[in-house]
Design a protein around this ligand. Sequence first.
Ligand SMILES: [Zn+2]
Length: 441
Amino acid sequence: MRGSVRARRRSTPGFERLPSKKVILALVDGLTPSTLEAAVGTKEAPALTLLAENARYTRAVSVFPSLTPVCVSSIVTGSYPDAHRIPHLVWYHREQHRLVEYGSSFGAIRRAGMRQSILDAILNMTGEHLGDAPTIFESLDDAGLVTAAVNIPCYRGRTPHRTVIPGVTRTTLGPKRFFFYGLFESDQTGAPAAWRSRSAGTVDAYAAAVARWLVTRDGFDFFAYYLSDYDYLSHAHGPDSPREGIARVDRALWALIEAAGGPDDFLDRYAVLLCSDHGQTHVSRSATLQKRFRDVEGAVVTASNRAGMVYRLDGCRLEVPELAAKLDREASVDLVAYRDGEDVVVRREGAEVTNGVLEDYPEARTRLAAALRNPNAGDVLISAAAGYEFADLGGGHHAGGGSHGSLVAGDSEVPVLLVGLEGEPRSIVDFAPLVRSHFGV
Ligand SMILES: [Zn+2]
């Protein structure tokens, strides 16, 4: 991959600086650095190759747990989970005394209540659960820029949109141009229905049709282009079998380039930040964490993919360190963390670990501390052992495929291509500030 951004539209001394290019945030869910690196230069990936040849490439670290709702909220707000307050794919709502399940699996949604889960994922996550940390859409909307997004699960902006979900009359605040699986559509684009066949790639095909419409009209200053098919395929087949996934991602990116009139016109008009939200590692076994706490009244376990949490409710006879100690001999558990005042205690195999051990995990202390300070998080946080996944509410898992959520590098590192953008992002929380500064906001 080339090491520097090709100089395009550089302002000549003595001339006014040209207006900032419009920005596309291409967020490819679950894309790992090694997969992107392997794809660049292949005939399956002409769009990724074009972007990479004009980009500065780096890797950044995700947040913990490295799960989509948490990571995308961090990307959109530029903050860790202590500020944006989304703790996991599944969590216990202390004020409402209930579980919140954003969609670990069909079985998990059914167990948590189908209607409630759908409302939580589509409306409540962004509308109620997301903390006050301003989103990139809000910052840019306030600066008078035109924001747009398709399918991104964290989307709060300044423009009210009415849902077209049958039987639901609710309004949500989104970007100016907002498209969400056909459930919200600020403009008539003629995009085909998103959910015709998830496995055949219709979700990203819907996103690509919307993107083509937006680029053809030059209809935004900032566009969050969220592609989720890659993650879907990685969960099913594992992180190293993504040929079809990469081909789909590339087709969706090429749709933008084609709509702009070809590579030169595209690169002249747009700056691009291509990234992922988390990594993905192989899983071969599943474990049910709830079993360890069946005899403990007042302890609620939420687990999904490769991260878990234990909540200590009022009246629980065990203190937080005792709850953590119940996982000391659990083979599926790698690290267990909890707060002791302002300190973070991290245990592995029944003993407190030293900072030296944590050096193997990217940004471990920062990520664990921010995750534990999240008021919606459990009192004990759990990072899964290699090859393991925690069964969700419905008993679902991806054993034999891929998963993520833990603190290990494979789950946590994401690739970053910066095309026409300045900055040195080290964490996914650096993306939003980088875009804001591009626009001088
Ligand atoms: Zn994801």
